[in-house]
Design a protein around this ligand. Structure first.
Ligand SMILES: [Ca+2]
Length: 261
């Protein structure tokens, strides 16, 4: 069985030589096709009428009836691309000018009844003051809403026997020491504390790296079932700047609550 599988994988690579990259929850793989396309992750069929947004570029387009699309805009540095379609999970991924040199295939997933889409907008936290070398050195057109974001929501019909996660669709611009060591920014002498995630007033996570689909487990003892709960995301601050507070300028998009494994 194992042998068959590896032969199949090999054949896939031989048959489709770097025609396109398939992105599913941030994982890329080789795929077929000459145009960029949105497909159903499960069936592989094209998804027509899906809306594609690049909020930073103020660019929007839709897929044709077979799921094909073109990005007719220029990209400079990391940017968040979102895909929205009824009955599908809101999807986002981080792209840059290199990502879209070749056609891309993006797999999106049908939404589960237990998913709660908290917020599908893009937000910029910080103070609009940042280095050209930071992880988010594209043009910022979204004005910062300040150093933190909060969202209140009611959690109903939860199955607390299963884990509850906050999923951050995409996050860019984090300038932590770890992000720097991973090559996510090029700032030589400065780094920031990580963004912090609070749930009902308790810190539940620090986000050290930029990326897509980051899942944060919400401790079950903090969950208020059938009542109002609150998520807060605070950006970090430049730890090398002591004369004044320089908040790390970050952007994130798509907050989803998932209840299940
Ligand atoms: Ca800043």
């Amino acid at each position: 069985m194992k042998k068959v599988l590896s032969v199949l994988i090999l054949m896939t690579f031989i048959t489709f030589p770097a025609a396109a990259a398939t992105f599913q929850g941030g994982v890329s793989e080789q795929g077929a096709g000459n145009s960029s396309r949105i497909v159903d992750k499960k069936t592989g069929e094209g998804v027509g009428g899906a809306r594609i947004d690049l909020p930073k570029q103020h660019y929007t387009t839709k897929t044709d009836q077979n799921g094909f699309f073109e990005l007719d805009t220029s990209i400079n540095g990391p940017s968040i691309m979102s895909v929205k379609k009824e009955n599908y999970k809101p999807f986002s991924m981080t792209i840059n000018e290199k990502t879209i040199e070749a056609p891309i295939v993006v797999g999106i997933e049908k939404s589960n009844a237990t998913d709660i889409a908290l917020d599908s907008n893009m937000y910029h936290l910080g103070d609009d003051s940042f280095s050209d070398l930071s992880a988010n050195a594209g043009e910022f057109r979204l004005q910062a809403i300040g150093p933190f974001y909060s969202k209140r929501f009611t959690l109903k019909n939860l199955n607390l026997a299963k884990p509850v996660y906050l999923v951050i669709g995409s996050i860019i611009g984090i300038d932590t020491a770890m992000a720097r060591s991973m090559g996510q920014n090029k700032i030589p002498n400065a780094f920031a504390s990580p963004p912090e995630v609070y749930f009902n007033g308790n810190k539940v996570s620090e986000i050290q790296l930029n990326g897509d689909g980051q899942r944060i487990k919400l401790p079950s003892n903090l969950i208020k079932k059938n009542q109002v709960n609150e998520i807060t995301i605070k950006t970090g601050r430049n730890l090398m700047q002591t004369a004044y507070i320089d908040y790390d300028d970050i952007e994130f998009m798509n907050l989803i609550i998932e209840n299940g494994d």
